[in-house]
Design a protein around this ligand. Structure first.
Ligand code: PEP
Ligand code: MG
Length: 755
């Protein structure tokens, strides 16, 4: 009896020879189908390649009518071949005519053949074509034959991906891989970005497909697997990974998968069939990715993604590149394409080269998006499947206004966008011309337009935008981008620099808002079922006062001789503010004792993010000097909908009556208590929402730098008192009537207000 792998191995050897020969592309493809047919004792072997117009064209055949090559075709999804491509799954059937999808192509002469085995030619889970064998006798193909055909299909897919078959078809239609794709997502940061794709996690390209020595390759796979397992165990036992926590759960899942017998067995089988260890990992991962694309259950998708990550790590082990190749060469106009990423990871890229960001996930209030907006690049999120479709260096246009991504855009789209960019530049010039125009409404009400920033590099925006100050300085960003905990002197000089740059303009420093989704890599994390509701921000600071004390000290020292404004995130009870005030007093005394110069004025404020504060509003306003509403968090808590959850992103409206009524309450409490009220959530930067806020009585808004121009432009055209009357009377009406959003946009249209 022959060993189970003999057939496929011989075939693979043969294919390797064919690939090595000096042949034209058509000739090579013809020899491939001949070799497969003869090895598998099939009367027919055919290759169908997916074209850019979504048609599968017969590119080569052994056994069918040779005149049908480049003439015969099927639509994607049509017939057995179309179905295989569409589902990315094989079809193995003893009598093809019995299959409900069967479509007969008379010009090929395939009526003589009964049994049919077709497999998708997969690359990163996408079908680039279909490889088929057929026989006259009715027979079911063995599992081993399916495996052999799949392996051959992968080799042809590599040939397609390498551009080896371009230009073969007579009609001059390009192949699917190079076609332009338009993908709809959600606009997350305004602007247009055009440039080159940079995959955040670049695909590892396996070039060495055929193995010379099976035992050696099995051994390499086993060694890489055990190195992978050790590296995961290592990560799990390292001090910087907390005993519990989400991060740990992911690693635990990785460890489980790294020991998954099914996964390992499938890779070993692929090696037995003649592939190298790398190619075997890739082959198994291809099937996995195809499954992932079909999977609609978010939990299972997530688990399949874990496998994807693990396979990438394994490939790096095998190819001697255990670390992600960060610090890679960046094109001058990079558009980062990723499934998702952390804020700090985005900041690892050279900011001068960043033109845009495309994510498969993320929402408007995800931190990576907030940072991207601060940098001023266009972002589109929730773009399904973009990572699999994009290749490094592909051309790409990101329309952050409309939420559309054009991958490999046709020339006319690229030209249209170049024009749009010119228009945007004119608009930008218009906004910069407004820089020194006072932010005063048509009816003479002055509004403070302030900035949300967090990095030293953001500071020039203060003079560029003409903003009146920094309404929210997210101090945690310095901590998030640092590899180790910033020391006292580092913090102090950082804050001093911020104050120097701001000059006479006010700066509100928010104390560390970490925990929840803002993770510091060097800090222990604890497992929390609901991190957003968990041990974060001021809660963590009060329980572990060491960190807070150092930060307060650094702030007090940096602001010696000037005004210092400190704001506390996630306040839930008034007593928390009182406790921090006591800590500040202690630090002040300490510094004074050492002869340090203290700030001339100290203003302490609280963020209103937790609904519980609504029933302590007057009390709160008595103990603080100012408040600032963090609508990103407040909205998620009031509507019980996670700010980072894609499913929830557009479910509830932040301009709906209940939320606007709540914001009105705060504005009125501010007037009643003579406490200044600012609002620094993302809605402050959206002109239509900002209009609504001004109508509610808000006179100080803090937003990302790119929003200052559009909001000011709206303000200059707005009669606040007139809108206010309308808004306040409509706010009392039942929620089922005209929406507040409609009311605002109708008003803006009526008075020609840009929004
Ligand atoms: C907010 O919650 O609205 C806010 C401004 O803080 P962050 O987005 O940093 O949580
Ligand atoms: Mg917040």
């Amino acid at each position: 009896m022959r060993s189970p792998a003999t057939g496929p191995r011989v075939l693979l050897k043969r294919l390797r020879d064919v690939m090595a020969e000096q042949l034209g592309p058509q000739q090579r493809l013809d020899m491939i189908v001949q070799s497969i047919a003869s090895n598998m004792v099939a009367e027919v072997c055919s290759v169908y390649v997916l074209r850019a117009d979504n048609v599968l064209e017969l590119f080569a055949t052994e056994g069918l009518n040779p005149d049908a090559v480049h003439q015969s075709s099927l639509k994607f999804g049509q017939g057995l071949v179309g179905r295989i491509a569409a589902t990315a799954r094989p079809i193995n059937i003893a009598d093809a005519k019995e299959h409900p999808s069967f479509a007969y192509l008379p010009e090929t002469g395939e009526e003589h053949y009964t049994s049919f085995l077709g497999v998708p030619m997969l690359r990163s889970g996408r079908s680039l074509g279909v490889l088929v064998v057929q026989n006259k006798v009715a027979r079911q193909y063995h599992e081993e034959e399916v495996e052999a055909l799949e392996t051959s299909a992968m080799i042809i897919a590599e040939l397609v991906a390498a551009g080896g078959l371009e230009g073969l078809n007579e009609r001059g239609i390009g192949l699917d891989l190079s076609k332009s794709v338009t993908l709809k997502g959600v606009p997350l940061s305004d602007g247009i970005g055009s440039g080159e794709v940079v995959l955040h996690e670049p695909r590892v390209v396996v070039t060495n497909l055929f193995n010379e020595n099976t035992e050696l390759e099995i051994d390499r796979l086993r060694q890489a697997l055990s190195a992978l397992r050790i590296s995961i165990d290592d990560m799990l036992s390292r001090g910087d990974v907390a005993r519990d926590g989400e991060h740990r759960d992911v690693l635990e899942a990785y460890r489980m998968f790294a020991n998954d017998r099914g996964w390992v067995r499938r890779m070993e089988e692929a090696i037995l069939n003649g592939l190298t260890a790398e190619a075997a990992v890739e082959k198994v991962q291809n099937d996995n990715s195809a499954r992932m694309m079909r999977q609609s259950d978010p939990y299972l998708r997530e688990r399949l993604h874990d496998f994807d990550d693990l396979a990438r790590r394994l490939l790096r082990q095998l190819m001697g590149k255990p670390q992600a190749a960060l610090g890679k060469e960046m094109p001058k106009n990079a558009i980062i394409v990723a499934r998702n990423m952390g804020a700090a990871e985005l900041l690892d890229y050279d900011r001068d080269c960043l033109r845009g960001l495309v994510l498969e996930e993320a929402t408007p209030t995800s931190h990576v998006v907030i940072v991207a907006r601060a940098i001023g690049i266009a972002v589109v999120g929730q773009v399904q499947g973009v990572v699999a479709l994009a290749e490094n260096t592909d051309s790409i246009v990101v329309d952050g206004d409309e939420g559309v991504v054009y991958l490999r855009p046709p020339a006319d789209v690229a030209t249209a966008y170049a024009e749009k960019e010119v228009f945007r530049n004119t608009q930008k010039a218009h906004y910069s011309s407004l820089r020194d125009v006072p932010a005063v409404s048509r009816d003479g009400i002055g509004i403070e337009l302030m900035l949300n920033v967090g990095l030293a590099a953001d500071l020039p925006q203060l003079s560029e935008t003409g903003a009146s100050g920094i309404g929210l300085f997210r101090t945690e960003l310095q901590f998030m981008v640092s590899a180790t905990l910033p020391r006292l002197d580092e913090q102090e000089s950082f804050y001093r620099n911020v104050l120097d740059e701001a000059g006479a303009k006010p700066v509100i420093f928010r104390t560390l808002d970490i925990g929840g989704d803002k993770v510091l890599p060097y800090m222990q994390q604890i497992a929390e079922e609901n991190p957003a509701l968990g041990w974060r921000a001021i809660r963590l600071a009060l329980d572990r006062p060491g960190l807070m004390r150092i930060q307060l000290r650094a702030l007090l020292r940096a602001a010696g001789g000037r005004t210092l404004s400190i704001m506390l995130p996630m306040v839930t009870e008034v007593r928390e503010v009182v406790q921090v005030r006591a800590m500040i007093e202690k630090e002040k005394n300490l510094l004074a004792g050492f002869g340090h110069q203290l700030p001339t004025t100290l203003r302490l404020g609280a963020m209103i993010e937790v609904p519980a504060l609504f029933w302590q509003m007057d009390e709160l306003m008595e103990v603080v000097d100012f408040v600032s509403i963090g609508t990103n968090d407040l909205f998620q808590f009031m509507t019980a909908s996670d700010r980072g959850n894609t499913q929830m992103a557009n479910r509830y409206d932040s301009l709906s009556r209940p939320f606007m009524r709540a914001l009105l309450d705060v504005a009125e409490a501010g007037k009643r208590n003579n406490t200044s009220v600012n609002l620094c959530g993302e809605i402050a930067g959206r002109p239509l929402a900002a209009m609504g806020l001004m109508a509610l009585g808000y006179r100080s808004l803090s937003m990302s730098p790119s929003a200052i121009g559009p909001v000011k432009s709206m303000l200059l055209a707005l009669n606040i008192e007139r809108l206010s009357k309308r808004v306040l009377s409509q706010l009392k009406e039942p929620s089922t009537g005209q929406t507040m959003r409609e009311l605002l946009s109708d008003f803006a249209d009526e008075y020609g207000i840009p929004y």
